[in-house]
Design a protein around this ligand. Sequence first.
Ligand code: ZN
Length: 319
Amino acid sequence: MAQHFLLSAAARTLSLKAIYAGGEEKAYTTFRKLRWPNTDGEAVCPHCGGVDAYEITTRRRFKCAACGKQFSVTSGTILASRKMSFVDLLAALCIIANAAKGISALQLARDLDCQHKTAFVLAHKLREALASETNGASLTGEVEIDGAYFGGHIRPSNKAENRVDRRLAQHQTGKRRVVIALRQRKGRTLTSVVRHEAEGVEIAKRVVDRMAVMHADEASHWDALHAGWQVGRVNHSLAYSNGESCTNQAESFFSRLRRMVDGQHHAVSPQYLHQYAAHAAWLENNSRLDNGALTYSALGLALNHKVSRNWKGYWQRRI
Ligand SMILES: [Zn+2]
């Protein structure tokens, strides 16, 4: 039997050992090459686009010959104002890329010997950048749609007489959300977070090609899909696959996302659920990349993503 890709040596092209043996200068060169791929790492001014810059080597900064402004390899990107060394940042990205089910901020902080706050914000900035990989993407061919509920668990009271009907709206916490996954067979997975599964129809209108064949389960709100697409339906109370239709690939994505949320993060804020979903989708979409390519892909996305409005100065706003 053929060996599974992830078990093969070809899947392992980067290690923490190699990153730290390479040191700060080599990590810095990697950052430059991924920030400025078109000039093979030669600085391009983020203010005016000028390609002529003086290098202030002692500070790893540049001064643009055209506009006179100073910048660094991370200026204007989601990794701007970094305090971590380049080698530690690269190691952080490698650790995150290696974690097939994600990694909690606490565990990342222990691996990197940094504050939990630092690891938390770094991981979230990275998730925001990873999500941008599928910006503007559309799906075609065979596309499965499904929703899964996350969060809002209500712990039953200890004594039976105090227990409430947890299905009723007045007993809900307001923290429950639905992740909608749209998964093209042999293609990409796109995710969104909404309050009601029915909102998935509007999302499909935005991202699924009208020539695609969609697959959905028996939930009645998916009936609306028939107006726009050819749709195969499967009734899960009868079978998970009826030979013509199934949503098994969307379900398999959810089982991985659930293992990420329950097994690593334990609880996630509904406000940030979309970032975890995007992280899981990125892992799913790139599952055949070796871990070096995965790390560099993550770094490339981060260095081409603008400063985060949500995560810049996150803790300063919360003190
Ligand atoms: Zn300039």
